[in-house]
Design a protein around this ligand. Sequence first.
Ligand code: HPA
Ligand code: ZN
Length: 326
Amino acid sequence: NIDSAALTALPKAELHLHIEGTLEPELILALAARNGITLPFPTLETLREQYEFSDLQSFLNLYYANMAVLISEADFADMTRAYLARAKESGVRHVEIMFDPQAHVARGVELSTAVNGIAAALASSEAEFGISTGLIAAFLRDESEESALAVLEALLHMRAPIMGIGLDSAEVGNPPSKFVRLYQRAKEAGLHLVAHAGEEGPPSYVEDALDLLGVERIDHGIRAVEDKFLIKRLVTEQVPLTVCPLSNVRLRAVDTLAAHPLPQMIEAGLNVCVSSDDPAYFGGYVGANFAALVAEFAWDAATVETLARNSIRSSFASAERKSELL
Ligand code: HPA
Ligand code: ZN
């Protein structure tokens, strides 16, 4: 087994991370106080009691409710800086951060407030934390494509420093086919394309994200293991899958960590890497995800090194940055 110091020292890229999902309960309460907001669960104790989830939607309800504390650029910057500090402790050297612009606009927060606040923290990330960064605008698949297109146009118009787009929120019933025009527009604009698929949704959503949206990476993708033809294709094309084990356990996408398909995915030759998804909600950052996997599956250093290398190779970092980290 690889020890925790060696685990941390291994350069890793975090490719599946929702910045709003890094709001720790303590920070939620501090921001609520700073902004004079009264939360439905106003104490650490009552707030922490809410972190028991039965599925994706039960988590999303709390995740969106807690975003109410994000009002100013400083709030977004403080949240992002707190994440980067934690990521550094896990040995993350490159991160591609998703944020949910529509969720903030819907609350009456200006797009520029969210973008500028996050961007301010990212601007000093390499110097302050040794972590290179990129920003991905994730669109809410339970909202309309028109809403997503309007927000994407606004982001392009303001020259928001985004490297790509993603697709998140309630998956089942909101297939990739709903967002063909959105992905076409983003591709025209020269953006990278990723999407959540096969978290709760069927393997066909993974296939459609590739064929209809042209994504370069799949977020989650664990339900691909149910389709042996799809697995074969994903292996052949080496499509990166950003797997989030602690998230899958906490959202009941898998029964237990022991039953997680990741070992079988590695065995099949899939291009998998490990991320934390919403670490403040799911029991830990990238380091905790790796530690849980190593403890559960008694992995040796070689397996962990493969996953870490996959994360760097599958990133949108420059060739120079990749070679620095590999
Ligand atoms: N899945 C879908 N949508 C999300 C998630 C997730 O894990 N986290 C934040 N939005
Ligand atoms: Zn996610």
